[in-house]
Design a protein around this ligand. Structure first.
Ligand code: IPM
Ligand code: MG
Length: 354
């Protein structure tokens, strides 16, 4: 097949991990007879430096016209002073909105070879396999903000339609898995959460009676996530709770650097990015873990291009590399030799037979 994938590597370790992910896409294309066009564009802090806008019009147009967007990471101390007039993160939020990708899927599973890489005990982690479905284009991230010398406000709002559509995505996903959905909110305090719970209850009862629904308060969910992570199948939650809980959940897998994400809307076009940030402290050193970015290409192949066999091949390749003992510094045990970003990417290509 022919596909056009916009590549926006961004800042910090973004370009390093994205280079490995692009290498994997090229290898998949070659091996399976596809033609992937991979145009690159400036995005994030680097785009602010170049033209004062984290999401330049040309980049936005490229993304809107593409079949999928592969993103590295954005941000860094250079652009994050409290008084900064424009921030890289604004570009990311705007891109998510403009692409209409309201459903952010963040799968978390634990590789058997990494059971001891986590800070949690292996008997808690064995068999963990869950997916967070984070609402991505609403809530407090997008509400009106005010600031005076004595006060600041951030508005959190959700519409019925926004809750309905994200719950449907999560419930449909649960149907392909263990048919369990945990909806996470703060209904004992927030009005938006009470609406969320009501709508979730109604949609699930009417349309997904075969999926078991559980409501959890976000504070309690944060606890259960490390107490009984195996019990989670699909978890659906609002934008900010999802942001926080998925960083927590990444520790189940052993490292933030391992986790991919897919942001989807109503069409096939999606935005794919590792869940980690730009990690300015290790940027440019060639030591970042590229697996989150590489696994994001598997999600891209699956969800935007419908290439399930190719997606599975990429996932199997990463899994085999980890099973064979390769460890980037974020996963290496004390004193163990760590692989570079390039070595890790090359090992995946080797597994893919490229
Ligand atoms: C994420 C990140 C972003 C978010 C930041 C960079 C704006 O933390 O994708 O989880 O909060 O959504
Ligand atoms: Mg985050």
């Amino acid at each position: 097949m022919k596909a056009r994938i916009a590549v926006i590597a961004g800042d910090g370790i973004g370009p390093e991990v994205t280079a490995e992910a692009v290498g994997v896409l090229r290898a998949v294309a070659q091996r399976h007879g596809h033609e992937f066009e991979l145009p690159e564009a400036a995005f994030g802090g680097i785009a602010i430096d170049q033209c004062g806008d984290p999401l330049p019009q040309a980049t936005l147009e490229l993304c809107l016209a593409a079949d999928a967007v592969l993103l590295g990471a954005i941000g860094g101390p250079k652009w994050s002073a409290p008084t900064a007039p424009v921030r890289p993160e604004q570009g990311l939020l705007r891109l998510r909105r403009e692409l209409g990708v309201y459903a952010n899927l963040r799968p978390v599973s634990v590789h058997p070879a990494l059971l001891d890489a986590s800070t949690l005990k292996r008997e808690i982690l064995e068999g963990v396999d869950l997916v967070f479905v984070r609402e991505l284009t609403g809530g407090i991230y997008f509400g009106a903000k005010t600031r005076s010398s004595t006060e600041a406000t951030d508005l959190c709002s959700y519409t019925v339609a926004e809750v309905e559509r994200i719950v449907r995505v999560a419930a449909r996903l649960a149907r392909t898995r263990r048919r369990k959905l945990a909806s996470i909110d703060k209904a004992n305090v927030l009005e938006t959460s009470r609406l969320w719970r009501e709508v979730t209850e109604r949609v699930m009862r009417a349309e997904f009676p075969d999926v078991q629904l559980e409501h959890l308060l976000v504070d309690s969910a944060a606890m259960h996530l490390i107490r009984r992570p195996r019990d989670f199948d699909v978890a659906v939650t609002e934008n900010m709770f999802g942001d926080i809980l998925t960083d927590e959940a990444s520790m189940l897998a052993g490292s933030l650097g391992l986790l991919p994400s897919a942001s989807l809307g109503d069409g096939r076009r999606g935005l794919y990015e590792p869940i980690h940030g730009s990690a300015p402290d290790i940027a440019g050193k060639g030591v970042a873990n590229p697996f989150g970015a590489i696994l994001s290409t598997a999600l891209l192949l699956r969800h935007s291009l419908g290439l399930e066999a190719e997606a599975l091949a990429v996932e199997a390749a990463v899994s085999a590399v980890i099973a064979a003992g390769l460890r980037t510094p974020d996963l290496a045990a004390h004193g163990e030799r760590a692989a570079s970003t390039r070595e890790a990417g090359a090992a995946v290509l080797g597994q893919l037979g490229a």
